[in-house]
Design a protein around this ligand. Structure first.
Ligand code: HPA
Length: 278
């Protein structure tokens, strides 16, 4: 397994996408655990199984389909990833984020990302949707940053800025759409860890002190690579469970998938509204 994906590999994957779809999407969407349904609403879609794309990482986790859905949604042409891979599956960070680099090479301008997350903020409940206003890159601080290795200068700079990891203008649009539709949109800091074990109560108390409102196993690497490549980003966490800071409850993957059923319609309303207003 090559740890660092090359520009040539990225371009081979981008070429394969182009040969299977004539759309020129402006917006990429990454749909997380149990939050896949929106991909089924894409109109006049081209479907490309990940298995058909060279170098493309394939998910091994229940609840993650594995295909690209490229078509129209709310008048926009969109590139939807129905399912994503995670670092804990054994892929390198560079492989985990290859799809984002393909988006960059395809000329996509904005990336919207969703995930399932544990709610650390005591005011959050399962079923809530949180607008990600910033992230805590604990996984990167621990040495797993997706930009490690040779910088690909054609994509972005060696030391990219992360002061606006999530686009202020897109966040404002999302707030307005949620308010107009009567959806209580939470806001907060998403902390990215590697997983796959859920956090211990001590982990969670530490994360709360560090300023995290929600915790999950994705998104941060993709957003870093997107920002490196100049994409504007917008992110949402579906709060699937309350983090057990006192050890009184246990978290299960089934609970995460089940909460997706409540979260999906809200997220869909918000994402559709944002797309319509662009
Ligand atoms: N922790 C980490 N990742 C998660 C959780 C959690 O509690 N819920 C859903 N994804």
């Amino acid at each position: 397994m090559e740890p660092y994906v090359t520009l040539q590999q990225i371009d081979e994957a981008a070429h394969a996408v182009r040969s299977r779809s004539s759309y020129k999407p402006r917006i990429g969407l990454i749909l997380g655990s149990g939050l896949n349904a929106l991909a089924d609403s894409v109109q006049k879609a081209d479907f490309i199984p990940y298995a058909d794309l060279p170098h493309w990482p394939r998910s091994t986790v229940h609840g993650h389909a594995g295909r690209l859905v490229i078509g129209e949604l709310e008048g926009q042409s969109v590139f939807v990833m129905q399912g994503r891979v995670h670092f804990y599956e054994g892929y390198s960070m560079s492989q985990v984020t290859l799809p984002v680099r393909v988006m960059i090479r395809l000329g996509i301008e904005m990336m919207f990302v969703t995930n399932a997350a544990g709610g650390i903020n005591p005011n959050f409940s399962p079923g809530d949707v949180m607008l990600i206003t910033d992230n805590l890159n604990l996984i990167g601080m621990a040495g797993a940053n997706p930009l490690m290795g040779p910088n690909i200068d054609e994509l972005g700079p060696r030391f990219p800025d992360m002061s606006r990891a999530y686009d202020p203008e897109l966040m404002d649009i999302a707030r307005k759409v949620a308010a107009k539709n009567g959806i209580a949109l939470r806001e907060g800091v998403y902390c990215g860890l590697s997983g796959p074990s859920f956090e211990s109560p001590a982990d969670l108390r530490f994360l709360r002190l560090a300023g995290a409102d929600a915790v999950g196993m994705s998104t941060v690497p993709e957003v870093i690579v997107a920002r490196h490549g100049g994409l504007r980003t917008l992110g949402f966490s579906g709060i699937s469970n309350k983090a057990n800071l006192d050890g009184s409850t246990i978290t299960t993957h089934d609970e995460v998938i089940e909460a997706g059923r409540v979260i999906t319609p809200k997220l869909e309303t918000i994402l559709r509204g944002v797309l319509r207003s662009l």
